[in-house]
Design a protein around this ligand. Sequence first.
Ligand SMILES: O=C(O)c1cc(C(=O)O)c2c(n1)C(=O)C(=O)c1cc(C(=O)O)[nH]c1-2
Length: 254
Amino acid sequence: MHADRIQDSPRPATGSEKAGPAWSREEFEAKLRERGRSYHIHHPFNVMLNSGRATPEQIRGWVANRFYYQIAIPIKDAAVLSNCPDQQVRRGWVQRILDHDGFELGGIKDEGGVEAWLRLAEAVGLTREEVRDLRHVVPAVRFAVDAYVNFARRAPWQEAVCSSLTELFAPEIHKQRLATWPEHYAWIEPAGLGYFRNRVSQARRDVEQGLAITLDHFDTRALQERALEILQFKLDILWAMNDAMATRYGVNGA
Ligand SMILES: O=C(O)c1cc(C(=O)O)c2c(n1)C(=O)C(=O)c1cc(C(=O)O)[nH]c1-2
């Protein structure tokens, strides 16, 4: 992981000649998207889950461990808000907290993503209690997730925004689950997959905002390279979570 380098390195010089000229917005966006090659969609543990080779125990292990990520996301987003002096950005960003924590306002009620994840947990045969008390969360998953929250607390808010850009690649992984799980895991109640359905459109909207901020802020070559490093740090967090789950629950061969 690159956490130490990201958190403790000095800020890069802006406009440094050594770094070369800034990439155009299109080139920069393409470089960010290229990093999708190290998204956890390619991790052997995830490939196992989505190709139908996982046992119920492995699926339960994944759902229970991922819950720790789910509850960390709104805390991470609150950290971004707390560091951000731009009202317009906060107005957009606050939606992410509502997406996960839910809300009840003017007669409209949305239970939110954390609740949807608990429904997924029940659909795969876990109790809400054993998920909420985090008894199944393996230490390295906890450390990886905590590294993300701590980064968002300590980094300039634009860097924390940039670190959310793994969401560029998330609609694909959610769509993959929706396409493969009902066929491979008929024992899972389909209503339990609602979380993945909701996230396809929510992630697209998140990415629109996160990408616009990143393309605007990281506008020298040195800053653009730093943005790539931050994105890689976050990709590594997701990869490390999968490594930890693979170690605990095993990976079945093809
Ligand atoms: O299931 C996944 O593979 C996956 C990955 C990611 C991601 O790329 O960080 C997120 C989500 N799901 C997700 O559901 C979600 O709400 C989310 C928020 C964020 C973020 O960094 O702010 N990432 C993700």
